[in-house]
Design a protein around this ligand. Structure first.
Ligand SMILES: *Cc1c(COP(=O)(O)O)cnc(C)c1O
Length: 232
């Protein structure tokens, strides 16, 4: 089987899971975007997924994503997302390739991204990453700090707050985690009308996320296969 056939078969399965989860939740599948997490996979795979109709691609490391996006610059309608932990000193570099940064979790990072977006001359779409269990060592903003961070983002004219993202903590049921995120987003929405995106759900838990209002599932393994371990 060619890689294109393999990816097509995986994509059909993932779409079927999304459709089934939407039916179960009484939602329109058009409300749930599929973001392909292409970290550790080559640019050639991204090109094949684009050929199969996908347009949103996510990466978690600036060093890997920058060259990959550059190699694929002819895919003019591809949208690149940064979903990984991000050091402030990488803000300028990330803003060079990312259309949206989905992992904004501190005021200081937001400020660095705002400055980088201002210098590139185009506002940057961002998601606020929420830490459901408060263990911020794994990324994300603790829930009590969300209003301040959202305020800092929306006060900047160089950032546009599109929504929130979370990764369900390992020690918690995904259902419980996504319920909490749903609440956090609904409070955010009251204060910030640009908030529409709820990025939740990965290969293992996308059904739970869709049941709790996810508008964007981030799928790596189920689309591309297992990742080889990479050095940190
Ligand atoms: C790697 C990654 C994913 C994809 O995980 P899979 O289990 O392979 O689908 C989703 N979100 C983030 C933030 C990731 O780093």
């Amino acid at each position: 089987m060619s890689r294109l056939d393999e990816l097509a078969a995986n994509l059909a399965e993932v779409r079927e899971r999304i459709d089934a989860a939407c039916r179960a939740a009484g939602r329109d599948p058009g409300e749930v975007k599929l973001l392909a997490v292409t970290k550790t996979f080559p640019a050639s795979d991204v090109r094949l997924l684009h050929e199969l109709g996908l347009r949103d691609f996510a990466e978690n490391r600036d060093q890997e994503a920058g060259p990959k996006a550059a190699e694929l610059s002819d895919l003019v309608d591809a949208r690149w997302h940064m979903v990984g932990r991000l050091q402030r000193n990488k803000a300028r570099s990330v803003v060079g390739w990312a259309d949206r940064v989905d992992s904004v979790d501190s005021v200081r990072l937001a400020e660095a991204l705002a400055k980088a977006a201002q210098d590139r001359g185009r506002p940057l779409d961002v998601l606020l990453q929420v830490s459901i269990d408060g263990d911020t060592s794994r990324g994300g903003c603790a829930i009590p700090d969300v209003p301040d961070l959202a305020g800092a983002i929306t006060r900047s004219s160089d950032l546009i707050l599109r929504g929130a993202m979370t990764v369900a903590p390992r020690a918690m049921s995904p259902t419980a985690a996504f319920e909490v995120l749903e609440e956090v987003v609904s409070r955010l929405r009251d204060d910030h009308p640009t908030v529409t995106e709820v990025s939740a759900g990965m290969s293992g838990d996308l059904e739970d996320a869709i049941a709790h209002g996810s508008t964007c599932v981030r799928v790596g393994t189920a689309l591309l296969g297992s990742r080889r371990l990479t050095l940190p």
